[in-house]
Design a protein around this ligand. Structure first.
Ligand code: G6P
Length: 472
């Protein structure tokens, strides 16, 4: 097998089955984020094909070498659904749902992380670069360094990193930090996440930190410096703008508008069906505005796209039940034969359809209770080539650090959320234009290429530094 200079290691491969035995690029943030870089570098991508017990040989897909990692049905349950999505996910999102700490899940997490590390070690060229992605694989950097000290290793954390008071609940809090500190660069979404990580390292190991550098002593070698810093992720912004310029997409946006009852206002929510997204808070605020007669079902519709996610994890099943009950209640109370208050769609859609929806929506509601970044907020701005539309953005989403011209909201404060929705609906075209232009500039200037370039540049700089140190 040819060896790759750049290897990405992520829980999932960037492809899905297309229904006819072939593969197609899967939708979703991470994939869109890294695909362009990988194609340019003719790299390899190590990941799980998304189905239990699937044993596949490495194969090429659109210029990228894909290296599938097999997970048994047990491992999917213990490592993916269990430790990744029922322990780490809720803990790192500030325990919005209660994390469960189960030793058999941890054991499977260690085992599976080792398998990913071994697959990456086998495919990476001598002196190459490996870029590990996200919370499912926090142990991979140290495992990989132990096996292949010649590699330069980066890790990017796509979700929040919690404050020490919460992080310290984790029974394996030391092991996880040791895993991450195996990287040369540990990237986070927000400055606050990098700060929480550095504080946890200081509290548990008493290592010194200076600016973004963490001084990690080695038993048999000089100390290493690990860079822990914010690299806010983005989207392929120009491609969203390109889609929005297509006449058939604009026609589809008009069709969506007229299908929803013509001149009324459209509010839009687009999320994976996840308890971190604040979907209930959004529906509650909207429902109260209808109850109070401040909004009327004839004049306004909330379209909520909630794409199915992690459907075998209890907390997700419960959330689905709660949301569907709430939607049905609001609709039951307020619908007329001609108008529906909430159009709830438990489905995923192709990117073109999403852009048409973005173009059709007067107000985009991003009310996450905690979110690493939230790329939907960026997609909305990138798509609004007409400089219209209002973005309501939770201060608990990473995107809030950059998108200062959104209407900022604390989604826990239902009254404030209601006022913000009313303000968004009433906003003049001139103010919409002023705000949207600023948002678009931010997103177009800081796109996913800029993100991956800055991360990979930081990694290359670390390598140059350590090579310099070796020569001394
Ligand atoms: C978040 C995570 C990703 C994950 C995605 C979808 O964005 O940061 O690592 O891939 O959710 O979740 P799933 O469990 O379906 O991979």
């Amino acid at each position: 097998m040819t060896e790759a200079e750049l290897v990405v290691v992520a829980n999932r491969l960037p492809v899905d089955r297309d229904g006819e035995g072939g593969w197609r690029t899967s939708p979703g943030g991470l994939v869109t984020a890294l695909e362009p870089v990988m194609r340019r570098a003719e790299g390899a991508w190590v990941g799980w094909p998304g189905q239990a017990d699937l044993e596949l040989e490495p194969f090429d897909f659109q210029g990228v070498r894909l290296v599938p990692v097999t997970l048994s049905a047990d491992e999917v349950e213990l490592y993916y659904e269990g430790f990744s999505n029922d322990t780490i996910w809720p803990l790192y999102h500030d325990v919005i749902a209660a994390p469960r700490y189960r030793r058999v899940w941890w054991d499977a997490y260690v085992r599976v992380n080792r398998r990913f590390a071994e697959a990456a070690a086998a495919v990476a060229a001598e002196g190459g670069t490996v870029w590990v992605q996200d919370y499912q694989l926090q142990l991979v950097p140290a495992m990989l360094r132990a096996e292949r000290p010649d590699l330069t290793i980066g890790y990017f954390h796509h979700i929040p990193f919690p404050a020490y008071g919460l992080y310290s609940q984790l029974p394996w809090r030391r092991e996880v930090l040791e895993g991450l500190l195996g990287a040369d660069v540990v990237g986070f979404q927000r400055v606050a996440d990098a700060g929480n990580f550095a504080r946890a390292v200081r509290r548990l190991f008493h290592y010194q930190t200076k600016a973004s550098g963490i001084h990690v002593p080695q038993s048999d070698a000089p100390a290493r410096t690990v860079l822990a810093k914010a690299f806010p992720i983005s989207i392929d912004a120009e491609s969203y703008a390109d889609i929005a310029r297509r006449p058939e997409v604009q026609e589809r946006a008009r069709e969506i508008r007229s299908g929803l009852g013509g001149p009324g206002k459209i509010l839009l929510g687009v999320d994976r069906l996840d308890y971190t997204k604040g979907i209930r808070h959004r529906i509650k605020a909207f429902g109260e505005l209808l109850d109070e007669g401040r909004l009327n079902v004839e004049d306004v519709t909330l379209v909520q796209v909630a794409s199915p996610s992690r459907e075998r994890v209890d907390a997700y099943m419960q959330l689905r039940d709660e949301i569907e009950l709430t939607v049905a209640r609001v609709n039951g109370d307020h619908d007329t034969l001609g108008h529906t208050a909430i159009r709830y769609l438990h489905q995923g859609y192709p990117r073109e359809e999403m852009v048409a929806l973005y173009l059709a929506a007067d107000v985009m509601l991003v009310t996450a209770l905690r979110d690493g970044m939230n790329l939907v907020a960026k997609e909305y701005a990138a798509s609004r080539i007409d400089n219209r539309g209002v973005l309501v953005l939770s201060e608990f989403a990473g995107a809030a650090d950059e998108l200062g011209m959104a209407l900022r909201v604390n989604p826990h404060d239902i009254d404030a959320l209601k006022e913000t929705i009313m303000r968004a609906i009433a906003m003049t075209g001139a103010e919409q234009g002023r705000r949207m232009r600023a948002l678009r500039r931010k997103v177009l200037d800081n796109d996913v290429n800029a993100w991956s370039r800055s991360f990979l540049d930081a990694l290359a700089a670390r390598r140059a530094m350590s090579e310099g140190a070796d020569r001394e």
